[in-house]
Design a protein. Structure first.
Length: 93
């Protein structure tokens, strides 16, 4: 049977313990690059206001034509803050 290798140093009394080295990462340039790539992918025709209007139209369609019981549940959910209210500060209202 071969002998076990020596245990590496583990405590503060061991002279062979390496010193800690400071390590920092600046992600600023990576974030700027990521944002530029997102804007490039969206393209020059991207219109955020039109996107918000489209979302509002989809929201209107989703909650249109509710019967009386569904409307009551919807109103309760809005009152409880589960669903956003219509207009009054909504971006695309």
């Amino acid at each position: 049977m071969s002998p076990q290798p020596p245990t590496p140093p583990t405590g503060p009394d061991d002279a062979a313990e390496p010193a800690l080295v400071g390590f920092t990462v600046d992600l600023t340039s990576q974030e700027v690059l990521r944002r530029a790539q997102v804007m490039e992918a969206l393209g020059p025709d991207w219109d955020p206001i039109e996107v918000l209007r489209g979302e509002e139209a989809a929201y209107d369609l989703l909650y249109s034509g509710l019967d009386e019981a569904q409307q009551r549940i919807y109103d309760d959910l809005v009152a409880a803050g589960v669903l956003p209210g219509r207009g009054h500060g909504r971006a695309a209202a």
